[in-house]
Design a protein around this ligand. Structure first.
Ligand code: WTA
Length: 630
C-alpha cells in the first residue's frame, strides 16, 4: 500500500453498498418501479413530472407540462395551471385522514418542544395570513423574514405563500448593512422579525439590527415591522410602523382560503452568494417548485406520512425551505425543526432529539458529520438512534471515508446514506442515489429519473467517462428558478451563455462508466461554509471598503478538517505600518471591519498579507495562482 494514501482512496471509492432487500421493496420507489421510471425517463421524461403533479391539488389544470416560448432559460412549468403550494402542504392533509398527524415538532434550545398537527399548523397559518391581509399585504407583495429559527418562522413562510405574497428569508448573522442590502433588493413592505433570538450560542438582540438597517439612508418600501416577542424586556417600537405579532393575530376562525396562484407565479426569493458583486436573488414559483420538491421528498428522502424527518438546515436557507418546510409537509410527514446547535452537549442533544421524537430520516451536511466525528458522537449505550432508517447529506462533497464512518455508526451499516446534489437555483435535489439503488461513497449517483445532466468541456462537448468537466443540466426540471430577481437578462447570460443553451451549474464533476457522477467542487469562487453559500465577491467588496487596504482577493481553501473555508489575501496601502504595529494588528482590524460590514455569517478563516497580488495578462487578479499558492 502506498504511504500517501492514494491507493487507499481508490479502493474506498470502489466500494459499493447495497440496500437491504426489505428496505428497497418498501421504498416509495421500489426497485422494479425505479427501473420502469428510468426507462420512461428515456422516452417520455415529462410523464414523470406530470404524474407527480397529478398527485397534488390544482384549482385549474395545466395545458402542458412545460413550454418554453421565451427560450431555454425561461421554461414555464404547468402553464395555465393554478395551485397554491400551501393548499397542498396543509389543506390537502387537513381534509384527509391525516388531519391530526403531527406536521411540525419544534425543539427549543431550552429543551422544551411544541407540536403542531396539520390541523393546528393550518389554523396558525390562517391566523397570520389574515393578519397579513389586514396589514394590506396582497398577492405579489414581498414579505421579508429576518427571524431566528422559531415556529413563527415556518408559520410566516406558509402564511405569506398562502395569500400569494412572496417570502424572502434573510438569515441572522448579517450586519445591519448587509441586511439593508437585502431589504432594498427584496422591495419588502412587511418585515417579520423577533425582539431577540438565539444566534450561535447566545441570545442576541435582533430587532435593533432591523431598526439600524431601516435607519439607513434612502427609501425602502417597508411599512410594517411585525415583532415576535420572546423576552420580557421592552424594546423600542416605532409608532405607526412596529407591531407585536401577538397583537395582530385575530382570534377568529373564519376561513382564509389559499390564493389560487398561476403555476409560475412567485413563491419566494432567496439570496445566494455568487462570485458577482451582489448576492443573487433567486426566484422560485408555486407550481414547478412544488412538484419538484414533492417528488424528491417522496422518491429520494422516501417520506411517507409515518415518517419523522429532521433536516438540520435552518429554514432560512434553501435546504431548509425545500426539505425542512415544504417537502415534508407536501409529503404529509412530520418535520422536526430545531433551534440552536444540534450537537450541543458534545453531540448528546442530537441523540436526545432523535430518540424523543423517533426521527426516521436525518438530512444533514458533511460539516455536521465532520463535527460529530471529531466529538466521537456516535450511537452508544445512552445514545439511541435506532429509529433512523434513512440518512442523507447535501451542500458540499462528503469524502468517502467520512461517508463510510457515518454509514457505519449512525446508519449501523444498514440505513441508506444518500449524497444529494443540488443548488439554491435548482430548488430540488437533482442528482442522488435512491433508497433502492447501490451506493458508492463519494458519488452523488445518477440524475434522478426525468433529470438530464452532463459533463462537458469549455466548448460544451461531452467529455469521456473518468474525465472532469463542467456539470451542466441540458433539460429543464420543475424546481428550476424562474429568474434572478429583477434581472432576467442577467440570469440568461450568467446561466445559459457560459455554455450555449444549457444550464451552467458552476460545479465541476466527472462521470464514471456506470453513469454515476462525482462532484469535484466549484469552478468559481463561491464559498460553501457549513452548508451556507456565500460569494467571495461580497466579502471582497467589504474588504475593499477598509481604509488600509489597497486590494484584496478571497478564495476557497480546504481547512485542516477537509471542509471549505475562505482565505483572504490582503494588500495594504503604503504607509499602513504607520497605523498598525504589525500584520497581526492589521488582520485583527480587518476582521472587526468584516464583522461590521457583513456580520458573522461570512467568516474568513485565513488571512495572508502581501505586497501585491498575481495578475492575469488582462490585469485581473489570478485566482488560479492564488489557489495554487494556497
Ligand atoms: C455544493 C445547497 C458536493 C455545490 C443545497 C453546489 C455539493 C452548491 C453537494 C450549492 C453535494 C451541493 N456534493 N457539492 N452533494 N450539494 N453542493 O445553493 O458546489 O447553498 O453548487 O445549495 O453546493 O449550494 P446552495
Amino acid at each position: 500500500m502506498s504511504p500517501n494514501g492514494t491507493l487507499d482512496a481508490l479502493l474506498v471509492e470502489k466500494r459499493v453498498f447495497r440496500p437491504l432487500p426489505g428496505q428497497a421493496i418498501e421504498a416509495n420507489l421500489p426497485p422494479q418501479e425505479l427501473e420502469a421510471a428510468r426507462k420512461k425517463a428515456q422516452t417520455a421524461p415529462l410523464d414523470i413530472w406530470e404524474e407527480a403533479a397529478s398527485e397534488l391539488v390544482w384549482y385549474r389544470p395545466w395545458q402542458a407540462v412545460v413550454s418554453a416560448p421565451d427560450g431555454a432559460a425561461f421554461p414555464r412549468w404547468f402553464p395555465g395551471g393554478q395551485t397554491n403550494i400551501v393548499a397542498n402542504a396543509l389543506d390537502r392533509h387537513v381534509e384527509s385522514a391525516h388531519r391530526n398527524t403531527l406536521a411540525l415538532i419544534f425543539e427549543y434550545a431550552s429543551g422544551e418542544n411544541k407540536k403542531f398537527t396539520y390541523f393546528e399548523l393550518h389554523r396558525e397559518v390562517c391566523r397570520l395570513a389574515r393578519a397579513f391581509v389586514s396589514l394590506g399585504a396582497a398577492r405579489g407583495d414581498r414579505i421579508l423574514i429576518h427571524m431566528p429559527t422559531l415556529p413563527e418562522t415556518v408559520i410566516g413562510m406558509l402564511a405569506a405563500a398562502r395569500i400569494g405574497a412572496v417570502h424572502c428569508l434573510a438569515p441572522l448573522g448579517f450586519s445591519a448593512k448587509a441586511l439593508r442590502r437585502r431589504i432594498e433588493a427584496s422591495r419588502a413592505r412587511i418585515i417579520l422579525t423577533a425582539d431577540i433570538g438565539l444566534q450561535g450560542d447566545r441570545m442576541a438582540p435582533i430587532k435593533p439590527v432591523v431598526d439600524e438597517a431601516l435607519a439607513g439612508t434612502g427609501e425602502t418600501r417597508v411599512e410594517t415591522v411585525v415583532v415576535v416577542r420572546r423576552s420580557d424586556q421592552d424594546i423600542p417600537m416605532t409608532e405607526g410602523r412596529d407591531l407585536y405579532y401577538h397583537d395582530i393575530l385575530g382570534g377568529g376562525r373564519e376561513a382564509s382560503p389559499p390564493e389560487p396562484m398561476e403555476s409560475d407565479e412567485e413563491l419566494f426569493v432567496l439570496h445566494a452568494g455568487s462570485s458577482l458583486s451582489a448576492p443573487r436573488g433567486i426566484v422560485h414559483g408555486h407550481g414547478g417548485y412544488m412538484v419538484g420538491v414533492y417528488r424528491t421528498a417522496t422518491w429520494v428522502l422516501d417520506l411517507k406520512p409515518a415518517d419523522v424527518i429532521w433536516c438540520t438546515a435552518e429554514p432560512a436557507w434553501i435546504t431548509g425551505h425545500s426539505y425542512a418546510v415544504y417537502g415534508p409537509l407536501l409529503a404529509g410527514a412530520t418535520t422536526v425543526v430545531v433551534e440552536g446547535n444540534p450537537l450541543a452537549g458534545h453531540g448528546q442533544r442530537l441523540f436526545e432529539i432523535i430518540d424523543r421524537h423517533g426521527v426516521s430520516v436525518l438530512y444533514t451536511s458533511p460539516t455536521l458529520i465532520r463535527m460529530m466525528r471529531r466529538m466521537g458522537a456516535a450511537p452508544g449505550r445512552d445514545r439511541d438512534a435506532s429509529t433512523l432508517r434513512l440518512l442523507a447529506t447535501a451542500g458540499e462533497p462528503i469524502p468517502p471515508e467520512l461517508w463510510v464512518w457515518f454509514h457505519k455508526t449512525m446508519g449501523k451499516g444498514q440505513c441508506p446514506l444518500l449524497d444529494t446534489w443540488w443548488q439554491t437555483e435548482t430548488g430540488m435535489i437533482l442528482l442522488s442515489p435512491l433508497p433502492a439503488s447501490l451506493l458508492a461513497p463519494g458519488s452523488v449517483g445518477r440524475p434522478l429519473p426525468g433529470v438530464s445532466a452532463d459533463v462537458v468541456d469549455d466548448a460544451g462537448n461531452p467529455v469521456p467517462p473518468g474525465k472532469g468537466g463542467h456539470l451542466v443540466l441540458n433539460a429543464p426540471w420543475p424546481g428550476m428558478l424562474l429568474t434572478l430577481d429583477g434581472d432576467p437578462e442577467g440570469y440568461r447570460r450568467q446561466y445559459f451563455e457560459r455554455i450555449k443553451g444549457v444550464f451552467f451549474t458552476g460545479d465541476m464533476a466527472r462521470r464514471d462508466e456506470d453513469g454515476s457522477f462525482w462532484i469535484q467542487g466549484r469552478a468559481d469562487d463561491v464559498v460553501q461554509l457549513g452548508g451556507h453559500r456565500l460569494g467571495s465577491a461580497e466579502i471582497e467588496g467589504a474588504l475593499a471598503s477598509h481604509p488600509a487596504l489597497a486590494e484584496a482577493a478571497v478564495i476557497v481553501v480546504p481547512d485542516a478538517m477537509g471542509a471549505t473555508a475562505a482565505k483572504a489575501f490582503l494588500v495594504p496601502i503604503l504607509d499602513w505600518d504607520l497605523r498598525y504595529d504589525s500584520e497581526e494588528d492589521l488582520v485583527r482590524d480587518v476582521k472587526a471591519h468584516l464583522r461590521r460590514e457583513l456580520g458573522t455569517v461570512a467568516e474568513v478563516r485565513f488571512f495572508a498579507v502581501r505586497s501585491c497580488l498575481p495578475k492575469t495578462p488582462s490585469g485581473k487578479i489570478s485566482r488560479k495562482a492564488l489557489r495554487e499558492e494556497a
